[in-house]
Design a binder for this molecule. Structure first.
Ligand code: ZN
Length: 100
């Protein structure tokens, strides 16, 4: 069996679904949000934290749906996002262009 050509990369790109718009994108184009074991909800830019994760597009509309329409708590299987964490998430969403 011939070895694979040098420089080739596996074709498989991990796909994830945005919990707001349900569109599938490459994992790197989505923002991962993780509910930690202590109940905190944080943005996980590395994608490596353990805990229940949910993904949102880098789109203000999706963040608005995630933060204000209960999409994100549902995806993370919690009642509500803790106030402090919600503020962090809102600040992130505003950097994406979401109007406060
Ligand atoms: Zn989306």
């Amino acid at each position: 069996m011939a070895p694979p050509p040098r420089g080739s990369r596996p074709r498989h790109v991990p796909q994830r679904t945005c919990v707001a718009c349900r569109q599938t994108s490459a994992k790197r184009q989505l923002v991962r949000i993780v509910r930690g074991p202590d109940g905190t909800v944080i943005i996980d830019p590395t994608g490596k934290r353990s805990g229940r994760g949910a993904y949102l597009c880098e789109s203000p509309e999706c963040w608005q749906a995630g933060l204000t329409r209960g999409v994100l708590p549902r995806a993370l299987k919690i009642e509500t996002i803790p106030e402090d964490d919600l503020q962090n998430l809102s600040a992130f969403a505003q950097r994406l262009g979401l109007q406060p």
